[in-house]
Design a protein around this ligand. Structure first.
Ligand code: SIN
Length: 514
């Protein structure tokens, strides 16, 4: 039986015919019959655009390896062109009132909420995450539109008491200029809105390169931004393949018209972008990799700790920067925790296509991710960890949710970010020991701990060297709260009242002769 998927792309329709009988079990899916807002062009200066070279690259569904469509493979010259348009748009956008910007952002959020099901379908199609989780991400994404629509109107300056009678001290906050952004595939919608809405609210314009695996969510957002009244040139999306990602990133970092870089992705790439941005002394925000300790003390509420583990570890099939990485469990509660986690994982996790009802674990993003995750599991088993559940490739890009116990610090899964559905559990004895283990890493993004001891809660919250701490909680990302890492996990904060500062310059005005 053949099913037909109809995509509306850049004014034309693309039909994909899929022969269902040839599809193995792991990619059988309740495929969407139509997907609106799916554009196969980049978006520059308010127009759907091709690469000057005319080149395109394929975007595939990680769930079944099938081509979804193509997008332009832009290069450094295309990026420079987009930057020029963003610079021109900045000249007028910075003159708009905060209220005008706020109205457009709010309208954009309303349109996204109205069309959340369509946006979620695109997200599931290109990223693979379950449809319900994708809808959750779209709503999380719109929360940044709404939030920054409000914050746009609260960019207060300052008047500071002067020590000199003849001089007055004024502080103005002004938009920094064109912001270059590079966003990841694990949150193809929300990481765009968290950055771009802050910039747009501040009066900046944006040139954004989405991940090559997931460009369609970014492009769909542009259609709705245009409908909301965002003027041409304020938000520009430059699509490019992995092969061109380096030159596009370099252009964003080195072009003197770009005044700010914001990146979410790996620490390795973040360091390269930071170096490249030094040549023009750009303001840089980086949200980089983590290696989150997830600590369960003997006093913890077991159900709460297991529930927190499920929420933190298995979101996006374990592919978030804040996922629990080193699960450290105190010896008294260790056997009960392992038993309960195994029960709940067996009961609640279902691997499958994101469009299939009941799926909680979609595919990993690609074959390399599967190999890396499997490498971590094999390395741990070979070094003495015990496999409690999973530990197998499930065909295509799918990997079985896995529980390993008796993990030790010499194993790869303790030293590196796993980025997959592997719960790797270590045993520890004392609070002092676990603080040392938790902080002995160059990463400093998220840390979690579960305890019912109030003085221990306070001590731990202070001692963990992480930018984000979950206490008896495995899910803490919210638009109102600052998101940012310490150490090599990043620079700056996104979301919250702090997020706008990343796109503002402070100007001190001294009024003399008073
Ligand atoms: C991530 O960056 O991987 C997590 C994003 C979030 O929770 O907001």
């Amino acid at each position: 039986m053949a099913i037909c998927m109809t995509f509306r792309a850049a004014g034309s329709k693309v039909h994909l015919l899929i022969n269902k009988s040839s599809i193995p079990w792991y990619i059988k899916m309740a495929a969407p019959t139509s997907v609106r807002f799916l554009h196969e062009k980049a978006y520059v200066n308010g127009k759907w655009a091709d690469a000057a070279s005319g080149k395109t690259f394929d975007v595939v569904n990680p769930s079944n390896g099938k081509k979804i469509g193509v997008v332009p493979d832009m290069d450094a010259a295309d990026t420079q062109n987009a930057i020029q348009f963003a610079q021109t748009a900045f000249e007028s956008w910075k003159e708009t009132t905060a209220k005008e910007r706020s109205v457009i952002l709010r309208k954009w959020s309303e349109l996204c909420i109205e069309n959340k099901d369509e946006l979620a379908k695109i997200l599931t199609l290109e990223n693979g995450k379950p449809l319900a989780e994708a809808t959750g991400e779209v709503m999380y994404g719109t929360s940044f539109m709404e939030w920054f629509a409000e914050e746009a109107r609260r960019v207060y300056g300052d008047i500071i008491p002067s020590p000199a009678k003849t001089k007055k001290i004024l502080v103005l906050k002004q938009p920094i200029g064109v912001a270059g952004m590079i966003t990841p595939w694990n949150f193809p919608n929300a990481m765009i809105t968290r950055k771009a809405c802050a910039a747009i609210a501040a009066g900046c314009t944006v040139v954004l390169k989405p991940a090559e695996d997931t460009p369609y969510s970014a492009l769909a957002l542009c259609e709705l931004a245009e409908k909301a009244g965002l003027p041409p040139g304020v938000l520009n999306i430059v699509t490019c393949s992995r092969a061109n990602a380096g030159v596009v990133g370099k252009m964003l970092c080195e072009n003197p018209m770009v005044k700010k870089i914001s990146f979410t992705g790996s620490t390795v790439v973040g360091k390269i972008l930071l170096q490249q941005s030094a040549s023009t002394v750009k303001k840089v925000s980086l949200e980089l990799g983590g290696n989150a300790p997830f600590i369960v003390f003997d006093s913890a509420d077991l159900d709460q700790a297991v529930n927190g583990t499920m929420n933190s570890k298995f979101r996006c099939s374990g592919q978030t920067c804040v996922c629990a990485n080193r699960i450290l469990v105190q010896e008294g509660i260790y056997p009960k925790y392992i038993q309960k986690l195994a029960e709940v994982m067996t009961r609640d996790l279902k691997v499958g296509d994101g469009f299939e009802s009941g799926t909680t674990q979609g595919p990993l993003i690609n074959h390399n991710a599967v190999e890396k995750v499997d490498g971590h599991v094999q390395d741990a088993i070979q070094k003495g960890a015990k496999l409690v559940l999973g530990g197998q490739k499930k065909g295509g890009n799918f990997y079985a949710p896995t529980l390993l116990q008796d993990v030790t610090l010499d194993m790869k899964c303790a030293k590196e970010e796993i980025f997959g559905p592997i719960a790797a559990v270590h045993k520890f004895k004392t609070e002092e020991e676990v603080i040392k283990i938790a902080n002995t890493t160059t990463a400093g993004l998220a840390g979690y701990f579960f305890s019912q001891n109030i003085s221990q809660i306070w001590r731990m919250a202070e001692k963990l060297e992480y930018g984000l701490i979950g206490v008896n909680e495995g899910l803490f990302s919210m638009t109102e709260a600052p998101f940012g890492g310490w150490k090599e996990s990043g620079l700056g904060s996104e979301g919250s009242k702090y997020g706008l500062n990343e796109y503002l310059e402070i100007k001190y005005v001294c009024l003399g002769g008073m």
